[in-house]
Structure formats: structure tokens, C-alpha cells
Design a protein around this ligand. Structure first.
Ligand SMILES: NC(=O)NC(NC(N)=O)C(=O)[O-]
Ligand SMILES: [Zn+2]
Ligand SMILES: [Zn+2]
Length: 508
């Protein structure tokens, strides 16, 4: 009996051991296989070296150690590494190694309007442009992301279809603004913050909000310590586009469009917004909430108001976009609706002041406001600025655009990293992103600032509708060679990894 029990014990122990070994084998097999297809380098542990690595402490020559998707160490003495033949080192020579760009303002239009862009094409464009994280806007997809259920549809549509990481803004609309249950439900589901419009958005299920909706939204966001992003333009009766569409103004003329959206529209919206942002000050009723003004175009009075609010201690930031820094109204050809966006691109003097404000730190960060549509809605043949869809397509090219047009102003690589990575990460609450720093995710772009290229149809373009991009035909500086997302090499010289292994980012 005793012997029998002993044998039985041995047998069970062997069985446990066998099943454990089987488990370990299956696990490592499973985790290895997809991993290989997620990355164009199969290794989980490797170094990338370069003479120009942009870190928060400055530009260094050295190597970044990447292990299991994170930055494990940063070393300056690369010679020692080279001595060990066992190490996997990718040497990028003089190319710049910078934190991957984070775009806090992309319209990916999925689900529902994926023929405009979509998760696969949009995130492939991002990877090809050195962007490693996008935060998707809650409108232009169908339905808009305004509740837990509609957010679930977004998450489902993104599954296994994103090549970079994607977070989401939820929509603050009149329907949910006074319904804390719906709003909290949406925030609890993981949106990184909210977004609202103070003028018609052009999307039926995304109506505009006024200052009292915004005040309500901020009071709820305060508890979550998440931001509210606002499209700040107020449309006056007189400035309704259709008022100018009566035959006496040429709708193909860019100046006609400019008249429909003067700087006073931005100024009025911002001054109204700033009546509620005082709540965000330390000790205020919405302390913890933050207001972020998207795509500022007016560099005069509107910017002046924002500066005052910051000075008073309101928790406010502002972004502008590459198209306001690259183009001026004077150069937009009549009928060329690829340049139509809201607020509009203003004159040359305004553009120069935007650059100055960015360099002086009064504008905090950059975003793409990549807002494509189907070419037919851009009315390219007709050239009617009053009726064409408003939105500029640029996602894949924001880094070379910023770099090229910023040359005149002497911008630095550190400034690029601050405007495109560090500050956007802070806004979106992405603690382990936005800088090449030990412990952060290995989200990295490798690019060659001195190499130029002509943006023609021959260039590998991943944006779904390149023909509607206002940048086509431009010569740009800055060739993106490689993009790493969480240590996966997702893009290299025109090639993407096989599998879309980007992660959906949820706030907790
Ligand atoms: N529905 C939109 O995508 N609108 C966008 N359109 C632009 N900017 O022209 C925006 O961000 O306001
Ligand atoms: Zn907008
Ligand atoms: Zn937008």
C-alpha cells in the first residue's frame, strides 16, 4: 500500500513536470511567432547606435539598449559594446535617433468612413512618417465616439489593424454634457480625454457645444485628471458660408473663404472658453482638469488671450499644425481646395508670428489635424472653397514638413522632440512615451534630416488619398529610415512589418 502510494506520487510529479514543460513550450512558441511578424528585426534584445541620439539631456553619441519593448539603458561608450560579438547592434551612423512622434490630433475615420482613411492606411502612414502613437479624434468615423458603446466599436475596428499605438479622445456633445452617467461611462471605458467643437463640425452626430457644456465637461474631467480639447471658433450669423455663396463672391477664390472665417471667430471662442478655464486653477472647482486649444491659426489677439490665461494660472495649452506654419493665404491658388481647412490658413505675417510663438514657447506643441476625406468631397474640379470638405492630409510627412519649413527659423532637433513627442505625451497622459529615457517604451524614429526628396506620386505614400494632400509636388528635407514601436521595427525604408501589432491605449 505504502509503495503504491509512493509510485503514484512520483507519477503525479512527472505529469506535473511534463505539463509545465509543455505549457512553457507552447507559451514561448506562441509569443515568438507573432512577435517575429510584428517586427522587421526578430530580436527582443538589441542596441541601436548613432552619433545623434536626442535625449531629454541633449544630443548624445552612443547607443540605446532595447529589451522586451522598453529602453533598458543608454550608453555613450559604444566601443565597449562593439567588443562583444554576442550583442546585436544596429548602427545608424550619423542618422538622428529621436523619440517617435505622437500626434494628438488625427482623424482616422474608422469605423464607418474607412474609405476616407481607416486604421490600416492611417497607421501605416504614421509608421512611415516616424509617428509611433496617434490619438484618434472622436468624429468623422461613424458613429462618433460619444458613449461607451460607440467607443467599443472603435476599439473593435482597431483590433489587429493598427501598425502604431493608438489612443482615443471621446466626444463632448450636448447630448452627454449634462449626463454625467454617460460621460463617466465613456471615461471609465478608457478614452484619454474629451474633444468638443464650438462651431458646427460638419458631422451630423457631432453637434457643437457652448461654454456651459464645456464647464460641465471640465468639472467631470477634473476627477479623472484628463484634458478637454476644443475646436475654438464661433460662427456668427453673418459669417455663415452660405451668406457669401450668393453669386456676388467668387467661391473659387481663397479670399472669399477667408472672409467666412476671420480671426475674430477664433478670438471670440477663446475668450468665451477662458471664462470657464479659471475653474482649472489651483483651488478652483475644476482643479485637475485641463483645456487644450487645438489647431490655432490666429497668432494675434487669440494668442494674446491664451498667454494671459496661462499667466493667470489657468491650466491651458495650445497646439498649431504644420499647414499653418508651411503655407500662407497669399500662395493658395484659386480653386485649390486641398488647402481648405478650419480655421483657415491666414497671411504670411500671421504665419511668421505663429513660428515666433512656437519658438518662444507660447504655442506648446504641434499636431497634424490629419483630416482626409474622399477626393470627390474635396470638389477638386469645381474648386468651390465654400462647399468643399475642410481638412488637410499630411500625416506621413509632418516631420519633414516641420523640419523643412522650420529651417528659416533655426529650429533644433531638441525642439522637434519637445513639440512632437514630449509635450503631446504629457497632454495625453502617456507616461512611458515621449522621450528616449530608461524605462520608457522603445518608441523611436531614425531619420536623416539632410536628405531631401520630392513629394511626387513616385514616392512611397501610405496616406489613402495622396491626391488631396496640399504638399504634393513639394521638395522636403528629412528622410525617415526606420520606426520602432515598443521595440518592434514596424517600418524600414518603404517596408512595413507583416502584422499590425500596434496597441490600443486606454486610460486607467
Ligand atoms: N470634421 C473635421 O475633421 N474637421 C476638421 N477640419 C478642419 N480642421 O478643417 C477639424 O479638425 O476641425
Ligand atoms: Zn477642428
Ligand atoms: Zn481635427
Amino acid at each position: 500500500m505504502e509503495k503504491y502510494r509512493f509510485e503514484w506520487k512520483i507519477f503525479s510529479l512527472i505529469m506535473i513536470l511534463v505539463s509545465y514543460l509543455l505549457f512553457v513550450y507552447v507559451q514561448s512558441y506562441n509569443s515568438k511567432l507573432p512577435q517575429e511578424n510584428c517586427s522587421l528585426v526578430p530580436n527582443q534584445h538589441f542596441w541601436i547606435s548613432s552619433k545623434r541620439i536626442v535625449t531629454p539631456q541633449g544630443i548624445i553619441s552612443g547607443a540605446v539598449e532595447i529589451k522586451d519593448g522598453k529602453i533598458a539603458s543608454i550608453v555613450t561608450e559604444v566601443e565597449k559594446l562593439w567588443k562583444s560579438e554576442l550583442l546585436q547592434i544596429i548602427d545608424y551612423g550619423d542618422a538622428v535617433v529621436m523619440p517617435g512622434l505622437i500626434d494628438v490630433h488625427s482623424h482616422l475615420d474608422d469605423p464607418g468612413r474607412a474609405e476616407w482613411e481607416g486604421f490600416p492606411s492611417g497607421t501605416k502612414a504614421a509608421a512611415a512618417g516616424g509617428l509611433t502613437t496617434l490619438v484618434d479624434m472622436p468624429l468623422n468615423s461613424m458613429p462618433s465616439t460619444v458613449s461607451r458603446d460607440t467607443f467599443k466599436l472603435k476599439l473593435k475596428a482597431a483590433q489587429k489593424r493598427i501598425f502604431v499605438d493608438v489612443g482615443f479622445w471621446g466626444g463632448l456633445v450636448p447630448e452627454n454634457a449634462f449626463n454625467p452617467f454617460v460621460l463617466k461611462d465613456l471615461l471609465n471605458a478608457g478614452v484619454l480625454g474629451l474633444k468638443s467643437f464650438m462651431c458646427p463640425s460638419g458631422i451630423d452626430d457631432f453637434p457643437m457645444t457652448n461654454a456651459s457644456h464645456i464647464k460641465e465637461g471640465l468639472s467631470i474631467l477634473a476627477k479623472y485628471k484628463r484634458p478637454l480639447l476644443v475646436h475654438a471658433e464661433i460662427q456668427k450669423e453673418l459669417e455663415n458660408p452660405s451668406d457669401l455663396d450668393d453669386g456676388s463672391n467668387d467661391p473659387r477664390s481663397y479670399s472669399t473663404y477667408l472672409k467666412t472665417r476671420p480671426p475674430s471667430m477664433e478670438e471670440e471662442a477663446i475668450s468665451e472658453l477662458l471664462t470657464v478655464t479659471k475653474d482649472t486653477r489651483i483651488g478652483g472647482s475644476a482643479e485637475g482638469a485641463h483645456l487644450h486649444i487645438v489647431h490655432l491659426s490666429d497668432s494675434s489677439s487669440s494668442l494674446g488671450l491664451i498667454k494671459q490665461a496661462k499667466f493667470r494660472g489657468d491650466s491651458v495649452t495650445v497646439e498649431t499644425c504644420p499647414h499653418y506654419l508651411a503655407f500662407s493665404a497669399e500662395e493658395i491658388p484659386n480653386g485649390d481646395t486641398r488647402f481648405k481647412c478650419a480655421p483657415p490658413i491666414r497671411n504670411e505675417a500671421n504665419k511668421q508670428k505663429l513660428w515666433e510663438a512656437l519658438m518662444d514657447g507660447h504655442i506648446d506643441m504641434l499636431s497634424s489635424d490629419h483630416s482626409p476625406t474622399e477626393p470627390k468631397l474635396k470638389l477638386l474640379e469645381d474648386g468651390n472653397f465654400l462647399r468643399a470638405w475642410g481638412g488637410i492630409s499630411s500625416l506621413q510627412f509632418v516631420l519633414p514638413i516641420t523640419w523643412t519649413y522650420g529651417q528659416k527659423y533655426g529650429i533644433t532637433l531638441e525642439e522637434l522632440a519637445s513639440w512632437w513627442s514630449e509635450r503631446p505625451a504629457k497632454l495625453a497622459g502617456l507616461e512611458l512615451k515621449g522621450a528616449i529615457k530608461v524605462g520608457n517604451f522603445a518608441d523611436i524614429v531614425v531619420w536623416e534630416p539632410e536628405v531631401d526628396f520630392d513629394l511626387t506620386q513616385d514616392h512611397p505614400i501610405f496616406i489613402k488619398h495622396p491626391e488631396i494632400s496640399a504638399y504634393m509636388g513639394k521638395k522636403l528635407y528629412g528622410k525617415i529610415s526606420s520606426t520602432f514601436v515598443r521595440g518592434n521595427l514596424v517600418y524600414k525604408e518603404g517596408i512595413h512589418a507583416n502584422n499590425a501589432c500596434g496597441v490600443t491605449i486606454l486610460a486607467i
